[in-house]
Design a protein around this ligand. Structure first.
Ligand code: PEP
Ligand code: MN
Length: 351
């Protein structure tokens, strides 16, 4: 349930409502928002009696929350969440492109790729230091040395870095180095990791579990918000289906659905969805057109020699093409009808 206060409600009446919520053994959670003052009611086992709050001083309205997730829902917060990482805002009309290798392999490899992706238009650098690999015999990542290389990439290029955390034991370390902490598909329902992410000092990129419904995914995000960290970005990266023509099936309809249900930003990772290079650019174009706030793309200057996910890694020139198309589509989507017609006429031959 959400209690909406009068615009001019005094601090005293807000505190009165919080006390009334807590007196019922429930948790009161003031919801940030530009336009209105609202207080969320959490931890209720069943329906809460609206009448108990409607008569309180300063209360304008009581809105029942119909979704199982609360803090992540649009019912709780109608305005889009925008997440600031340095000069980048994720969740705005500005498309955010994160790119880099699947895994950090060496300083030279990371810096080479970072220069390429920055030049092409990426605003953030990605790269795994702790890698969740299907086989225990595959390259597992450089660990802390990989994190140090990421710090060097940030220092040399100015790009903020995103990297995956795999377990509680290395959480503090990853949190120290990363500008954004990634929780991968295999850990989407690792509840102790989600709880730790709930009091992390950095934004969290939460990938969708490869067999998770959107409700399960949003409930996983709810764990992080419930812990006090509201800087969560969702990432659709394809789900497991019966097909063999791609590694996973990119669920494009997740974007409009999630944007309707939640105020959190959502990005798409076309690389892990496709699993093969030839599908990455078309999927990235579709991702932008369907309304994703950003993209996360794997790029390698020598994909044949990559220690992981070489087959889906774009060559730098291909990534340049992806950025040009993605930014053009994004611009097209955020211009008014008249300029869309003009732009479409100009770009129809090249997009
Ligand atoms: C990754 O982005 O490096 C990764 C392992 O992705 P996912 O968790 O989506 O498989
Ligand atoms: Mn990968």
């Amino acid at each position: 349930m959400l209690i909406v206060m009068e615009q001019q409600a005094s601090q005293e009446s807000i505190e009165g409502v919080i006390a009334a919520i807590e007196a019922r053994g429930l948790e009161a959670r003031p919801i940030p928002g530009g336009e209105r003052i609202a207080i969320g009611v959490l931890k209720n086992k069943g329906p809460v009696d609206a009448a108990a709050f409607l008569g309180l001083k300063g209360v304008k309205d009581v809105i029942p929350v119909t979704r199982p997730y609360k803090l992540v829902s649009r019912e709780f917060q109608p305005e889009d969440t925008r997440i600031q990482i340095g000069a980048i805002t994720i969740g705005s009309k500005e498309l955010t492109i994160m790119a880099g290798p699947c895994a950090i392999e060496s300083e030279a490899q990371a810096l080479t790729i970072a220069q390429h992706v920055k030049q092409a238009g990426a605003q953030m650098f990605r790269g795994g230091a702790f890698k969740p690999r299907t086989s225990p015999y595959s390259f597992q990542g450089l660990g802390e040395d990989g994190l140090k290389i990421l710090a060097k990439v940030r220092a040399e290029t100015g790009m903020p870095v995103v990297t995956e955390v795999m377990d509680l034991a290395t959480f503090d370390l990853v949190e120290e180095y990363a500008d954004m902490i990634q929780i991968g598909t295999r850990n989407m329902q690792n509840f102790s990791l989600l709880r730790r992410a709930g009091h992390a000092s950095k934004p969290v990129l939460l990938k969708r579990g490869m067999a998770a419904t959107i409700d399960e995914w949003l409930m996983a995000a709810e764990y992080i918000l419930e812990g006090g960290n509201s800087a969560v970005i969702l990432c659709e990266r394809g789900v497991r289906t019966f097909v063999h023509h791609s590694r996973n099936t990119l669920d494009l309809s997740a974007v409009p659905y999630v944007r309707n249900e939640s105020h959190l930003p959502i990005i798409i990772d076309p690389s892990h969805a496709a699993g093969r290079r030839d599908q990455v650019i078309p999927l990235a174009r579709a991702a932008v057109a369907v309304g994703a706030h950003g993209l996360m793309v794997e790029v390698h200057h020598e994909p044949d020699k990559a220690l992981s996910d070489g087959a889906q890694s774009l060559y730098p020139e291909q990534f340049g093409m992806l950025c040009r198309k993605a930014f053009a589509i994004s611009d097209l989507m955020h211009t008014n009808d008249a300029s869309i017609r003009r732009l479409a006429a100009v770009t129809s031959s090249s997009v």
